[in-house]
Design a protein. Structure first.
Length: 167
């Protein structure tokens, strides 16, 4: 229980929080907010599409969050977003490169990072395989055979998920 809420603390081999030296707090502007008919205590599950900015750089993220009922979260709301510096820099760099559809070949859940599942995914695009290691949005999940929209680096063989098949 964290502040009266049942939360995932950790699981798996990789169970880490965010060391202060590794994290960065940025502004996120809510682009869309969609409520789901799931409540825990006095909080409602919402899927937020957020634009996170740092200077001239920005990235789009989708994140689920249990929001206190009655808290006005809508397009235009600005919220703080904390993530690892490395993850932010990697995502900004990969988003500047190539993008396209890919099919999930395999998925392994390595544990948690914060409260989110950390997935190690192999995805295939145009006959090439790409490694994806990132936290995933639990409301969508990932399975072999799923279609993803990725940003990728052909030389390094790395990618990140930009959009899930179900979104």
């Amino acid at each position: 229980m964290i502040q009266g809420m049942a939360r995932i603390h950790s699981y798996g081999k990789v169970s880490a929080g965010f060391a202060e030296s590794e994290q960065i707090t940025l502004e996120g502007e809510v682009i869309t907010a969609e409520g789901y008919p799931v409540t825990v205590g006095s909080r409602q599950l919402m899927i937020l599409e957020i634009i996170i900015s740092e200077g001239a750089e920005s990235i789009r993220k989708i994140n689920s969050l249990f929001v206190p009922k009655g808290l006005p979260v809508k397009a235009g709301t600005v919220i703080p977003v904390t993530m690892r510096k490395y993850d932010y820099r990697k995502e900004v760099a990969l988003r500047k490169g190539k993008q396209g559809a890919a099919k999930v070949v395999s998925v392994h859940f390595a544990g948690t990072l914060g409260e989110r599942p950390l997935a190690e995914i192999t995805a295939e695009r145009a006959g090439n395989e790409y490694r994806i290691r990132q936290t995933i949005e639990p409301i969508y999940g990932i399975e072999p055979g799923d279609e993803l929209w990725i940003a990728y680096d052909e030389v390094a063989g790395e990618a990140i998920i930009l959009n899930y098949a179900s979104k």
